[in-house]
Design a binder for this molecule. Structure first.
Ligand code: AMP
Length: 415
């Protein structure tokens, strides 16, 4: 199947060529003709499925050749995703004469306002900053024809529901709504019932499914040995590695600790400024920093195709997080590896993931030294810092990379 056969106009097809795409992905092949036909759509696609083009191309196609002005709105949860989606859309729009602007917090509003004045057909926005612009009348949603809620699950997870409602009341009645989400928890179903009750669903693979191109491995490591295990592992890695932790404070500490032992590492989390996060992502995508320690929310905006390995330093607190994290590798059909360091206290979470991956290529956790998993449970360390996203779930307390204890043996995590 070709992009031309999906019914896209020539200027948009030239944009697709500029992006270097030859063949539509599954979600693009299914979603694009429906969106062009005016159908309201819920796109459920796994991470890296090509959903940005699935909504971006038909949106630009519909706006191409029309009266200039803000007619397309894309709401995203994080600054990084905002920049990433806008960059993709600018490439797709490069031969269509359409202007794509961003609105995200942490940077001067006047810079964004000036960009709106130079030309604005599509805005990619984070909810809070969009509301700021609306209240200052820098922007009006009166002529918006198409709205996309991207990563709706993460948006609700981050507590953006009130802002989303405030945005929706400012939109015209006549519009096409699209919602994209990697997963479909109850909260997203509620949003769908309110705003897209008659929408069609396009599902690629089963819910919460991990990309088939990823090999999943698990290693049993006591919490206090994780850092030294990671250092040894990274010394053998020649490609890009994304390392996940559960808490912001642990993120910063682990990044600094890796730097101190001479590894080309950095960390990205929600307490860093927009500029610092942008610089961090640039260094990672250019290969200057090969090892990036990230929290779940910060990692959402990372769109680097050749991440060779994803490491769960802290085991994710839910299956959906596991799928999102490991989905950062093995993107766009490439192969990838995921390695999770599983402390005894994380065994229960590990079991849930293992059940999900059943029937897939999984290397069982090797037995830990000494009594390993047989140890009595305890919470290592306390709850450090806030978990981004305000999900309020209680973590296993893996310590988030703090301290450089080298204590070995099974009692390290059990006493
Ligand atoms: P997304 O799921 O939109 O974040 O896309 C994941 C990655 O796949 C991005 O790097 C896209 O540029 C890339 N991509 C999207 N669609 C295609 C396609 N049809 N062919 C090749 N790469 C694609």
């Amino acid at each position: 199947m070709s992009f031309a056969s999906l019914g896209l106009k020539e200027p948009i097809l030239r944009g697709v060529r500029a992006a270097g795409y030859d063949t539509p992905t599954d979600i693009q092949a299914q979603a694009i003709p429906k969106i062009l036909a005016g159908v309201e759509l819920i796109g459920l696609g796994q991470t890296g499925s090509g959903k940005t083009a699935a909504f971006g191309l038909p949106m630009l196609d519909k706006l191409c050749g029309g009266e200039p002005g803000l007619r397309g709105l894309i709401v995203v949860p994080t600054r990084e995703l905002c920049v990433q989606v806008a960059e993709n859309l600018r490439t797709y729009a490069s031969h269509a004469g359409l202007h794509v602007c961003t609105a995200f917090g942490g940077v001067d509003m006047s810079i964004q306002e000036s960009a709106f004045k130079r030309g604005l057909d599509v805005v990619v926005a984070c909810p809070g900053r969009l509301i700021d612009h609306l209240e200052r009348r820098n922007i009006s949603l009166e002529k918006v024809q198409m709205v996309v809620l991207d990563e709706a699950d993460r948006m609700l997870d981050m507590g953006f529901m009130p802002q989303i409602r405030r945005i929706f009341v400012r939109l015209p009645q006549e519009r096409q709504n699209l919602l994209f989400s990697a997963t479909m928890p109850k909260e997203v179903e509620g949003l769908v019932n309110d705003f897209l009750p008659n929408a069609e669903r396009v599902q690629i693979g089963s819910r919460s499914q991990s990309a088939k191109t990823i090999t999943h491995r698990f290693a049993a490591v006591n919490a206090h040995d994780k850092q030294s295990a990671l250092e040894r592992l990274l010394q053998r890695e020649s490609g890009r590695v994304l390392i996940f932790v559960n808490k912001k404070i642990g993120c910063e500490r682990l990044g600094n600790a890796l730097k101190r032992v001479g590894l080309p590492a950095d960390s990205i989390h929600g307490d860093k400024s927009a500029e610092a996060r942008h610089a961090c992502l640039q260094a990672f995508s250019r290969g200057k920093t090969r090892f990036l320690v990230a929290t779940d929310v910060a990692a959402r905006g990372i769109d680097v195709d050749d991440i060779e390995l994803v490491v769960n330093f802290d085991f994710p607190l839910g299956l959906e997080d596991y799928v999102h994290r490991t989905g950062r590798t093995g993107r766009a059909g490439k192969t990838g590896r995921a390695l999770s360091l599983v402390a005894p206290s994380e065994k229960r979470l590990f079991a849930a993931v293992q059940a999900h991956l059943q029937g897939r290529e999984v290397t069982d956790a090797p037995k830990p030294p000494g009594r390993g998993y047989g140890m009595p449970k305890r919470r290592e360390g306390g709850r450090e810092g806030g978990r981004e996203g305000g999900r309020g779930r209680r973590g296993p307390g893996g310590g988030g990379g703090g301290g450089r204890s080298r204590s070995r043996g099974s009692h390290a995590a059990a006493s």
